[in-house]
Write a protein that binds this ligand. Structure first.
Ligand code: ATP
Ligand code: MG
Length: 356
């Protein structure tokens, strides 16, 4: 399986639209890499550039140490699975899966062997004679995957392949994809705007915003050490709480001061004195023990079964927090939350970069 390298890949569509700007990352052989970011950040463009369906404005793409900038899509030996499946409606499942191999003039017996083998892996061997319209969304999805698997490409490119499925089927297909990756030992670049999908599937995650790479890391590093406010807010659900304010030292005590909120901090924060910052707190990092530091008024309570999410306000500051069920929060009533300064994130207000 192949290695992929993008070096300062830039794509400008007309009128100075930077769909990708100096995008650089590597994908190791057999690695499951996820490109994640909000709508319009350049995910599909990046995949299309790798596939050769789009011409680069500048930069270099290597597959297995070979520069492929000028290489035709066909010769790159990559398979792309599109968001809308793009199955041929008039062909049955078998013919849909065999199509690419026939085009490449593989022998009939070999085609049969590969299609049937792949159908077994995907549990669609009973559907080979059906037309796409006679299939459910999940089954169509599997056929689309099957069509790329039979080709045994160097690299798989997946563009939001699960977005047309309902929530439950998506979770199921996600697990199947993870299993499939293990079985095939394939190099995969997978695009999604769903951070949960990115976290659960990716061995490596590339976070994109406005065509630019924000951070490349494994899921845990992204979650625990986000490089900036954007990454911190993008990974995690419900998203991280952000509060603007200033770090000040008053009579030897370091504190975070915001409108209507003051937090005592330990002396480690001394180095940020007089700095305008944004602090970040994950909803899962509050506690409700004594010595509480924030009083919020609760607007909404979301019961999740064994725990609750509460959404409230401290003055103008919106706060979401996970709290134990037995704390009995009430809508419209005050509620006390404690912040653990060790779990707090801190960003420069202007650059939004994480401060260490
Ligand atoms: N053919 C095109 N011509 C001009 N601009 C384009 C073209 N294709 C995409 N763009 C622009 O490039 C940017 C990136 O688009 P892209 O389709 O790569 O985003 P995306 O991350 O895949 O978004 P989504 O999650 O909505 O699919 C967007 O601003 C988009 O409007
Ligand atoms: Mg897209």
């Amino acid at each position: 399986m192949a290695r992929l390298l993008l070096e300062n890949v830039t794509k400008i569509y007309d009128r100075d639209i930077y769909a990708a700007r100096n995008v650089s990352f590597t994908v190791k052989p057999k690695e499951f890499t996820v490109l994640v970011g909000p709508s319009g950040c350049g995910k599909t463009t990046t995949l299309r550039l790798i596939a050769g369906l789009e011409e680069l404005t500048s930069g270099k793409i290597y597959i297995d140490d070979k520069l492929v900038n000028e290489m035709s899509p066909r010769d790159r030996d990559v398979a792309m699975v599109f968001q809308n499946y793009a199955l041929y409606p008039h062909m049955n499942v078998y013919d849909n899966m065999a199509f690419g191999l026939r085009m490449r003039k593989h022998p009939k017996e070999e085609i049969k062997h590969r299609v049937v083998g792949t159908a077994e892996i995907l549990s669609i061997e009973d559907l080979l004679h059906r037309k796409p319209r006679q299939l459910s969304g999940g089954q169509r999805q599997r056929v689309a995957l099957g069509r790329s698997i039979v080709r045994n490409p160097k690299i798989f490119l997946f563009d939001e392949p699960l977005s047309n499925l309902d929530a439950k089927l998506r979770v199921q297909m996600r697990a199947e994809l993870a299993r499939l990756h293990k079985k095939l030992q394939a190099t995969i670049v997978y695009v999604t705007h769903d951070q949960v999908e990115a976290m659960t599937l990716g061995q490596k995650i590339v976070v994109l915003k406005d065509g630019e790479v924000q951070q490349v890391a494994d899921p845990i590093t992204l979650y625990k050490k986000p490089i900036n406010k954007f990454v911190a807010g993008f990974m995690g659900s419900p998203p991280m709480n952000f509060i603007k304010g200033k770090i000040k030292k008053v009579n030897k005590n370091v504190g975070f001061h915001s409108v209507g909120l003051t937090l005592q901090l330990n002396n480690n924060y001394n180095k940020f004195s007089n700095r305008s910052v944004i602090i970040g707190i994950r909803p899962t990092d509050f506690s409700t023990t004594r010595g509480s530091q924030i009083e919020i008024t609760i607007d909404v309570i979301e019961p999740m079964g064994n725990e609750l999410f509460v959404h409230g306000r401290c003055g103008d500051i919106m706060i979401s927090a996970r709290v134990p069920e037995d704390t009995s929060p009430r809508v419209g009533k005050p509620f006390f939350l404690k912040i653990n300064p060790d779990r707090m994130y801190i960003f420069d207000e202007k650059t939004e970069k994480a401060l260490k």
